[in-house]
Design a protein around this ligand. Structure first.
Ligand SMILES: [Zn+2]
Length: 153
C-alpha cells in the first residue's frame, strides 16, 4: 500500500486556477488544507457517506477547500462559519468523528508576505510540497452530534 497523497499536483493547479480564476497564496493554502484533511478523513474509514465540511474563515481559501474536499456550496456539503481564524472541520454525515485542520501561524504570516506571481515564489513550493507537520495542525476529534448539519431537534 502506498502512502496517501497529501500534496498538490500540476493538474490540481490547473483545476484550481480555472475554478478560482487565479492562483494566489490563500487558494493554495486552502487547497492543500483540504487535501490533507480529506486524506486523514479517509484514514478513519468508518463510512462511505460523502464528506461534509465546516469552514471557518472566508476569502480565497474556501475555494481551495471546495476543490480538494469535494464539499461545495453548490452540493450543500459545505457550511461557512463566521470567524477570523481559519479552520476546516471535515466529517461525514451522521458521524461524530472529524478531522480538524488549520494552517499554522507561520503559514498565514508568510502568505501575507508573498509579492508578485505566487507560483514563482518559494511560498508556493512550500505549500504544495512541504510536510504536513510544518504547515498545518491536524487533529482527529470525536465530537458531539453538532458535527451534523442536521442538529437534533
Ligand atoms: Zn484568490
Amino acid at each position: 500500500m502506498t502512502a496517501p497523497i497529501t500534496t498538490l499536483s500540476d493538474r490540481d493547479l490547473e483545476l484550481l486556477s480555472a475554478f478560482h480564476g487565479h492562483l494566489c497564496p490563500m487558494v493554495l493554502v486552502g487547497a492543500r488544507l483540504g487535501r490533507v484533511a480529506s486524506t486523514r478523513l479517509a484514514g478513519l474509514a468508518e463510512s462511505l457517506d460523502p464528506p461534509f465540511a465546516f469552514f471557518r474563515g472566508g476569502g480565497c481559501a474556501v475555494d481551495g477547500v471546495q476543490m480538494t474536499t469535494g464539499c461545495t456550496w453548490g452540493n450543500s456539503n459545505l457550511l461557512l462559519l463566521r470567524g477570523k481564524d481559519l479552520s476546516l472541520t471535515l466529517t461525514r454525515e451522521g458521524s461524530a468523528r472529524a478531522i480538524v485542520a488549520a494552517p499554522l501561524p507561520q503559514v498565514l504570516q508568510d502568505a501575507r508576505q508573498v509579492k508578485g506571481a505566487v507560483m514563482d515564489s518559494p511560498f508556493s513550493a512550500w505549500i504544495m510540497e512541504g510536510s504536513v507537520e510544518e504547515l498545518f495542525s491536524v487533529e482527529p476529534v470525536t465530537g458531539p452530534a453538532d458535527l451534523s448539519r442536521y442538529p437534533e431537534e
